[in-house]
Design a protein around this ligand. Structure first.
Ligand SMILES: Nc1nc2c(ncn2[C@@H]2O[C@H](COP(=O)(O)OP(=O)(O)OP(=O)(O)O)[C@@H](O)[C@H]2O)c(=O)[nH]1
Ligand SMILES: [Mg+2]
Length: 507
């Protein structure tokens, strides 16, 4: 059996006892090193000792685990004894045993090919996950084969580049089965397939970022519609001031909350109104600034909640901003509030649905009827209900929206869901490098696809069109694309390795 430091430490702490069988827990007494074992030198009367031989361990090296009793004094004494284990009893030689640097176990795991860079990034995220969805996506990432897929793509690009370079080096004096133009066309076909896959991967990475970084949600509505009241009902506490005075909220109030497992950042904002429409008063400079910020925040959000007072008309400022959000692809839901005031008006809900559909083009599934007042103080005269004010069913509408927004997109060309589930776990760094790779693939396709002119084939390439193709440039683009992938995994000559490890271990 090789004598590693793990063995040395064991022999010093547990003198004259058999070394544990690999991967089996052994009960041992731990003693101070280099002294005859006695009750006076006992550190822990019953520790569990486990030995994991290399290479199938967390770091790829020999691992000795000591499970000691939990008192801080015991832990301190054992930790102090370990470095002495390596020093010969005469105290002459230098110590070879030291504490690990922050993240050193992971660093060694990477060096010994036990973990790849994307897995390490996910590990960093697992450690900082605060919501259920963050946990799920990061845990999946620590065992995922993302790195394997990036590497597969890189190999494919390098092989394609090799074919093109053979063309540059030998085309003068060698006979090829395919003409240069045919070869370029077939490589271009492969690149197009890869490109489509990569694009789907990038789209999923963007969705994954919503899970990790949180979904940005904004509350938009006219003054007094009940935006702050709704925020308080959603977060379950009085986070924002509620008052019957119009224009209560001026600055944006941002609150982060875990909604059904999703991290959501909600912004409560100033009410939108046009001077002269709500009352006859003018809109002052401070309110004007609040309105400007509210519109900006609405347009930057992932989900917009339009709060509409059921007893008031739709405000044109609100409708206009909400419409712009719908048009730019933001998920818009409408909460028609104060329905406690509507109960005696038959058909009012249907009228609102029609009105909102006409104004914003939203389907009725995106429209909810709520009462923030009933939710906070159920009125005794109303029949008992489990969901006063419909707030819970509104929250269900929201979480269904979150689920749709963060589900993996599965392209028709490769309908195996598990692969695309994994692509949700791609980090922002990976996504940026994939986009860089896509830019180089586009440059390649532009180089090998001369302008489509009349008489050209579907690929835009005729057998004698190779003269138009800059093969050197095309091969160079493939090399740059492969390099971008190499930087994701830390393989090949490219490497963000130290940078990524640094970022992960900093945390
Ligand atoms: N009857 C009734 N009143 C409500 C309801 N929700 C809110 N209100 C009242 O409407 C008034 C305005 O509520 P806020 O939540 O401050 O409205 P806001 O949209 O934040 O208003 P600004 O910040 O001024 O833009 C308050 O007096 C609330 O008590 C509801 O469901 N029913
Ligand atoms: Mg408010």
């Amino acid at each position: 059996m090789p004598c590693t430091h793990a063995h040395q430490i064991y022999a010093a702490l547990c003198p004259s006892t058999a070394f544990p069988k690999p991967r089996y827990a052994a009960l041992r007494k731990l003693y101070s090193p280099h002294q005859p074992p006695s009750p006076a030198t006992l550190l822990d009367s019953g520790a569990l000792v486990l030995y994991f031989p290399s290479p199938h361990t967390v770091t790829g090296e020999d691992v000795l685990e000591l499970h000691v009793h939990g008192g801080p004094a015991i832990v301190r004494a054992v930790l102090a004894a370990i470095p002495q284990a390596a020093a010969p009893s005469d105290g002459s030689a230098a110590h070879a045993i030291r504490y690990a640097e922050p993240g050193e176990f992971t660093r060694r795991a990477f060096a010994n090919n036990r973990m790849d860079l994307p897995q390490i990034e996910s590990l960093g995220e697992t450690l900082s996950a605060s919501t259920e969805q963050q946990r799920q996506i990061s845990v999946r990432g620590t065992t995922s084969s993302l790195a394997g897929r990036y590497e597969q793509w890189r190999m494919l690009l390098l092989a394609a580049r090799g074919e093109l370079e053979a063309l540059i080096d030998f085309s003068e004096d060698q006979h090829f089965d395919e003409s240069p133009a045919q070869l370029c066309a077939s490589v271009a076909d492969q690149v197009r397939v890869l490109r489509a896959q990569m694009e789907a991967h990038v789209a999923n990475a963007v969705r994954g970022e919503l899970l990790r970084n949180g979904i940005s949600m904004a509350l938009l509505g006219a003054p007094n519609a009940g935006k702050s009241s709704l925020l308080n009902r959603i977060v379950g506490r009085e986070a924002a001031i509620v008052s019957q005075e119009a224009g209560t909220t001026r600055d944006i109030v941002e609150v982060s909350v875990d909604l059904g497992g999703w991290l959501v950042k909600i912004g409560d904002m100033a009410g939108l109104r046009r001077a002269g429409l709500v009352g006859a008063d003018a809109v002052g400079a401070v309110e004007q600034e609040g309105i400007k910020r509210a519109k900006q925040r609405a347009l930057e959000s992932d989900v917009l909640i339009v709060v509409q007072d059921a007893t008031a008309d739709m405000d044109p400022e609100v409708t206009e901003t909400a419409k712009r959000c719908v048009e730019s692809g933001i998920n818009v839901v409408v909460a028609v509030n104060k329905i406690d005031q509507l109960s005696s008006t038959p058909g009012a809900e249907d009228a609102w649905k029609a009105k909102i559909h006409t104004a914003l083009g939203l389907h009725t599934t995106h429209i909810s009827f709520i009462s923030c007042v009933c939710a906070s103080t159920p009125v005794p005269t109303t029949p008992h209900t489990k969901d006063p004010g419909n707030i819970q069913s509104f929250l269900t509408t929201l979480t269904n929206t979150f689920r749709d927004m963060t589900a993996a997109l599965v392209p028709d060309s490769d309908p195996s869901p598990s692969i695309w589930q994994e692509s949700l776990g791609a980090t922002e760094r990976q996504r940026t490098l994939l986009c860089e790779c896509l830019t180089h693939l586009d440059a390649f396709l532009a180089a090998v696809t001369p302008e489509l002119t009349e008489g050209h084939s579907a690929y835009g390439i005729e057998p004698d069109a190779a003269d138009d193709i800059d093969i050197v440039l095309a091969a160079e683009s493939l090399r740059s694309a492969a390099d971008a992938l190499a930087r994701i995994t830390g393989k090949g000559e490219g490497g963000d390795v130290e940078e990524v490890l640094g970022v992960v271990f900093e945390k």
